[in-house]
Design a protein around this ligand. Sequence first.
Ligand SMILES: NC(=O)c1ccc[n+]([C@@H]2O[C@H](COP(=O)([O-])OP(=O)(O)OC[C@H]3O[C@@H](n4cnc5c(N)ncnc54)[C@H](OP(=O)(O)O)[C@@H]3O)[C@@H](O)[C@H]2O)c1
Length: 317
Amino acid sequence: MQTMQFKPYGGLAQLGPVATPIPTPGSRQILVEVAASSVNPIDWKLRGGVLRWVVGLAGFPATPCFDFAGAVKAIGAEVVDFKPGDRVFGMSPLKTQGAAAEYLALDAAYAAPVPAALDDRAAAGLPLAGMTALQALRDQGGLQAGQRALIIGAAGGVGHYAMQIAKALGAEVTGVCSTRNIELVRSLGADEVVDYTQGEPAASKPGFDVILDTVMNRPFGTWRPLLAEAGVYVSLLAKPGSWLQARTLPLYSRQRLRFTAVQPNRADLVYLAGLAQQGQLRTVIDSVYPLAELAAALGQSRTGRARGKVIVAMKAG
Ligand SMILES: NC(=O)c1ccc[n+]([C@@H]2O[C@H](COP(=O)([O-])OP(=O)(O)OC[C@H]3O[C@@H](n4cnc5c(N)ncnc54)[C@H](OP(=O)(O)O)[C@@H]3O)[C@@H](O)[C@H]2O)c1
């Protein structure tokens, strides 16, 4: 089968096609014929060595991309939830080989049935970014119906799902984006949109119960005045200095500073699939690249300007 592999840490020039044998699924694994995958910033950060201190030394050669959607081709002896032919989507765990390949063998616990409402490309965008948004808002933020949420980076991979999930949870939602993405963010259900190019977004109306920061270009102190008295600020990146702030904040405030690191699991995939099926969650597709052009797809993500998800499709169409 065709797979894309990085040899050592390095730039996108280190990425190339390799022919490898189709993997044989272990007893708890399924073999998926991958129809589509998607790119997340972790794919180019990890292979560039940026996150070496977080995830340790990834094994090389390494296949990037954690998201997949496709069809089950074979199952291990202990797998009872799936059968060959089932449409599935999911996220492979961070320390395993990725989905930028024609076939992927992974533990069945990391996959779920694709909702009929999503085609393979839309489904492939959802797992990593959607679970991150869900876990940040629901689990770290504790977002409840009737509360106010602020999503910083509302047009990005995580942010555009977060806008829709926050609405589905019953929150009043404000999104922060640039001018060109205002209409997109409105279409995701925003009650208010703040254009960060037209002034200081931190001057917005305060009192947010949850602030989800997917951009993390300003310190917590910038956003803190916008938090409600017992509000929670959730960041997707734990910078060393902010660990200390997170630990000391409860000593003098009811506000909280929390971090999230996505945990792939079937229950959350099923939850997201349910939202999609009810018409409450869709994938905005920034662009679609064939597998052979994965380096260009990673490059598009690295611009930091993607609107929704950058998709990698195994077949044209
Ligand atoms: N901890 C975890 O488990 C976890 C999981 C997923 C992602 N992450 C991290 O979270 C970050 C976001 O991931 P992603 O997939 O959402 O990235 P992404 O899709 O590349 O985000 C791109 C978006 O960021 C927006 N943006 C850039 N600067 C902005 C600003 N100053 N204010 C508001 N929006 C801005 C852009 O919109 P405009 O063009 O309108 O500016 C663009 O739509 C990355 O650093 C990623 O590594 C962490």
